[in-house]
Write a protein that binds this ligand. Structure first.
Ligand SMILES: [Zn+2]
Length: 643
């Protein structure tokens, strides 16, 4: 079929060719375009341009304390290297930026596990929750009571907002100031002012909140100051005689303290950027002040000569308490990662002997002993402190104390006595003169309140305790009155809106107010009954004093002697003494005691806690003493927990 078609086409073509001699045919169609020709050759290169200028960037690390980055960081300078020397000269810098390191103002929870895992600590934290919920509940009850015309709608929120609202926190500790001491001091103070006395109010009697603290130590029914102040400062009850470590410590064993060091409220405040201070009329290395800054297996390791390292070499791995005070900044920074603190701003008290070498060449003009210093390592820690803090004031007598410019002095280190400072009644006898507790409190607050972030201050009246130990109510009560005066100084120098003030004692003493004296009877006098003018007689037909001690050195009649410790020169007096012709109200009278002991003892009953300012409402009821830490932490948000 296909072949037949081809054949037919050939036949037609043949027919057309045979007829060519006829008319021209039509033009054929155009052919297709030809292919493109090849490219022409490249032109010649142009001439080179001139070189451009380079931009340079330099990075400079900034140390902590740099004016542009307080916590350190990096300075980034940039500009054009105009003179092409590959160095960014100062004149070439056109832009400077700072990348600053953030401040570490709170310690990470994982670094606080020794506290957070401690049952005393968690118990205190839980008690805060309970106390707060009690207030919320009271608030809602008031809101539902039509008879209460109080604007309660906002109070629940206001109570919650109190957390962290204390910019400043001040803890006052009257060492050994049990409830009977507070009562008797109140009466004596009133009688000194011409009142009957009982109706008088000490400064902290006027505080709106109070409660009771259980003072026992983990291993002791009747406590000591080291264990009790550790409870207040760290929120953790511990054994008697140890500082800043938990109950797993073995007293006197240095190695046993490693890893169980408790962080204190003062340390947390320091890390939070607040100013911090600790003042005491005792040696500043003594148990109560030391519990704010030191970790020690023994409260008696006040300087290296107290540690008997020759016979117990393992103690060489621990620092004595005085050294820990001077090394406070470095030690705290070493203990917690990223922490950068500037050290304690105000330290004032006694105890100079623990900071000076045992070398007469280092005696001050206030020295009592032939050789003032005790240190056997040759170190002069007062000089080391001054070298560390060049712009600060080291003071050791009344004159240098009075000369402190509280607005321009960033830091004060005051060591006013070789050992403890004087009893307030005995202060006039100090060799070089020394400030009172209320004067130290006023100066401390003036220095500390120069910090916009606020401050944390601990104030101890250390010698209420010492006078009681010596069996001398006169000095115990006079020091308690001076303590109350110092509290008033703090109340006047601060605002209740932003300052929590807590006043308490670490423990009590076996000091009693006895018999049935009539109203207004002199508190240091003999018991005179209601309606009577002559002293009541006991079953032995002898008069007896209102205040007295269960144990101790007992009766002394030292007249105008204002140093209570003079009583230690003689043995304890046993039994009753006829006081008929004795003036029992003098400074030198020491009350009788039942049980003869070389030193009167602490007592185990609860002590009062008094509070004013943000968070003070949490001081109610009867609680473990360690709760005080948690109230301060809550009010001041010292640990920086999110709110
Ligand atoms: Zn004591």
């Amino acid at each position: 079929m296909m072949n037949k078609f081809i054949l037919s086409t050939l036949t037609v073509s043949l027919v057309l060719a045979l007829s060519a001699c006829g008319d021209n045919g039509d033009n054929g169609t155009d052919g297709t375009n030809g292919i493109n020709g090849s490219d022409g050759s490249n032109g010649t290169n142009g001439t080179n341009g001139t070189n451009g200028t380079n931009a340079l960037i330099t990075q400079t690390p900034l140390a902590v304390g740099n004016a542009n980055c307080l916590n350190g960081g990096v300075q980034i300078d940039s500009g054009i290297d105009t003179n092409a020397d590959t160095v960014l000269d100062a004149s070439e810098i056109t832009s400077t930026q700072y990348v600053c390191s953030p401040a570490v103002t709170a310690v990470n929870d994982t670094e606080l596990l020794s506290s957070l895992n401690n049952s005393w600590f968690s118990q205190g934290a839980a008690e805060i929750e309970t106390a707060e919920s009690v207030w919320q509940k009271i608030d809602s009850q008031l809101a539902n009571n039509a008879n209460v015309s109080i604007a309660t709608a906002s109070t629940a929120a206001e109570i919650t907002a109190l957390k962290g609202s204390a910019k400043n926190v001040i803890l006052f500790v009257g060492d050994g100031m049990g409830v009977s001491t507070v009562t008797a001091a109140r009466i004596l103070d009133g009688q000194n002012k011409g009142m009957m006395g009982e109706e008088n109010q000490l400064s902290f009697d006027k505080f709106p909140f109070s409660g009771l603290a259980k003072t026992y130590n983990v291993d002791a029914q009747t406590p000591d100051s080291a264990g009790t102040m550790t409870a207040m400062m760290s929120g953790v009850k511990t054994d008697a005689g140890v500082l800043g470590v938990d109950e797993d410590v073995v007293r006197g064993n240095c190695a046993s303290t490693k890893g169980i060091e408790m962080i204190t409220a003062l340390e947390l405040a320091e890390i939070a950027g607040k100013s911090t201070g600790v003042i005491s009329t005792a040696r500043i290395t003594h148990a109560t002040p030391a519990a704010t800054y030191a970790k020690s297996a023994d409260r008696n390791w006040e300087d290296i000569s107290d540690m008997d390292i020759a016979n117990t070499p393992e103690r060489a791995n621990c620092e004595d308490i005085a050294l820990q005070l001077v090394n406070f900044e470095a030690n705290l920074e070493a203990r917690y990662a990223g922490v950068d603190v500037d050290g304690i701003e105000v330290v004032m008290g006694g105890g100079r002997r623990h900071f000076l070498p045992k070398d007469i060449a280092y005696n001050s003009n206030d020295a009592v002993s032939t050789i003032e210093g005790d240190r056997t390592d040759g170190r002069d820690l007062t000089a080391e402190w001054q070298a560390q803090y060049a712009t600060s004031a080291y003071v050791f007598d009344q004159t240098s104390f009075n000369a402190i410019d509280t607005e321009t002095t960033p830091r004060v280190f005051g060591l006013f006595n070789e050992s403890h400072m004087q009893y307030e009644a005995d202060r006039k006898n100090d060799i070089a003169g020394e400030p009172s507790l209320s004067e130290m409190t006023a100066t401390a607050i003036k220095v500390l309140d120069n910090n916009d972030k606020g401050f944390f201050l601990t104030v101890e009246s250390g010698r209420i305790d010492h006078a009681h130990h010596a069996g001398n109510a006169y000095n115990a009560l006079n020091d308690a009155i001076e303590f109350a005066k110092a509290v008033q100084v703090a109340v006047d120098a601060t605002s209740q809106e932003d300052t929590l003030i807590i006043v308490t004692a670490d423990h009590s003493h076996v000091f009693t107010i006895a018999g049935y004296p009539k109203r207004g009877n002199p508190i240091l006098g003999k018991v005179v009954g209601i309606g009577a003018t002559e002293p009541s007689l006991a079953s032995d037909d002898m008069p007896y004093t209102t205040v007295g001690y269960t144990n101790g050195l007992g009766f002394r009649d030292l007249g105008t002697q204002t140093d209570a410790d003079a009583s230690y020169a003689a043995a304890a007096v046993t039994g009753r003494v006829d006081l008929t012709d004795v003036d029992t109200s003098t400074a030198g009278f020491h009350q009788e005691s039942l049980v003869p002991l070389g030193s009167e003892t602490h007592a185990g009953e609860d002590v009062g806690v008094f509070a004013v300012g943000p968070g003070a409402h949490l001081i109610t009821g009867t609680n473990e003493q360690s709760l005080i830490f948690h109230v301060m932490d809550y009010a001041g948000n010292l640990s920086g927990t999110p709110q």
